[in-house]
Design a protein around this ligand. Structure first.
Ligand code: NAD
Length: 291
């Protein structure tokens, strides 16, 4: 399968990173979002991140300019019709993703591979509601996309070998490493990572430690580069809660019960870095713990 044009749905933290690495690797990128503001912010972020890579001597000025030229933004989902591969990276809500695929499919070529960057939602279930379950799979990048080496590739029950091989070839062209995961709730990385983050929120909720002591403990005591609450803010607390709900519903085990404090932060709109407030307040010069 010859993949040259990649459509990306959702231009948030993940979508802009995916657009960045795809265009830098030489793919033509069509990036869409319902929000014009998100598209503009994505282009500004990609430009800033490429400038930083130029500053560090990792990317030439000519490659930066060519990369930016390969990214076309649009608010019309139908403009992604010519994509050879689509990566859906919109909000982590099944109804949102399902509606995107329904609206997009009539515009696609029959050969287009459809993928989702979902952190947790069933690939098999998303695939079953499309016209091409054999050409559907999970393409799960890590955050921040330009920095993180891993891409989880998730096979749905119907995904065919050609589709998997084509996606693995894209990961190789990006210079990243693929890990293959079967389609069970939250796959590999988040099946292990999210319960740890949720447990850190319980530790805070029960008063065992403060935000600072919990994060310091895991950084200095377990050699983690970021504390779990800092990491939760980085991922987005809405995304963390959505993943815990998928684990809880999908595996029907109370050990995945989302911490009520995590729910409270999300209900307050304190979603972490992206909304300037979460377990830390980012509105000043240095992050300040909110508890
Ligand atoms: P985000 O909130 O930063 O961005 C989501 C974007 O989707 C927003 O710009 C929103 O306007 C857009 N959107 C919503 N509905 C849409 C629609 N119908 N059509 C087009 N665009 C739409 O979220 P994010 O962190 O970028 O997460 C996106 C996806 O990536 C989720 O499925 C999430 O689980 C997954 N993911 C997130 C992380 C992470 O660390 N944040 C890591 C890996 C995967």
């Amino acid at each position: 399968m010859d993949i040259q044009t990649i459509g990306i749905v959702g231009a948030g933290q993940m979508g802009n990173g995916i657009a960045h690495v795809m265009a830098l690797a030489g793919y033509d990128v069509l990036l869409t979002d319902v929000s014009a503001e998100a598209l503009q912010k994505a282009v500004d972020t990609i430009t800033g991140n490429l400038d930083r890579q130029v500053g560090r001597g990792k990317v030439s000025e000519a490659d930066r300019d060519a990369t930016l030229k390969r990214i076309v933004t649009t608010q019309a989902l139908a403009d992604l019709g010519q994509s050879d591969l689509v990566i859906e990276a919109a909000t982590e809500r099944e109804t949102v993703k399902q509606a995107i695929f329904e609206d997009l499919i009539p515009h696609l070529k029959p050969t287009t591979i459809l993928t989702s960057n979902t952190s947790s939602i069933s690939i098999t279930r998303l695939a079953s509601r499309t016209d091409r379950p054999e050409k559907f799979m999970g393409f799960h990048f890590m955050n921040p996309v330009p920095v993180m080496q891993l891409v989880e590739l998730i096979r749905g029950i119907a995904t065919d070998k050609e589709t998997f091989a084509a996606c693995r070839a894209v990961v190789e062209k990006l210079g990243k490493t693929a890990a293959s995961a079967e389609d069970f709730p939250a796959f590999i990385v988040n099946r292990i990572l999210m319960p740890m983050i949720n447990e850190a929120v319980y530790t805070l909720y029960e008063g065992v430690g403060s935000v600072e002591s919990i994060d310091s403990s895991l950084k200095l005591g377990a050699n983690h580069p970021m504390g779990p609450l800092e990491l939760a803010d980085f991922i987005g607390l809405d995304t963390c809660l959505a993943i815990m709900n998928v684990l809880h519903d999908g595996l029907a085990d109370t050990k995945y019960r989302p911490c009520p404090l995590l729910t409270k932060y999300v209900e307050a709109g304190w979603l972490g870095r992206k909304s300037q407030r979460g377990f830390y307040d980012y509105r000043g010069d240095v992050p300040v713990p909110t508890r």
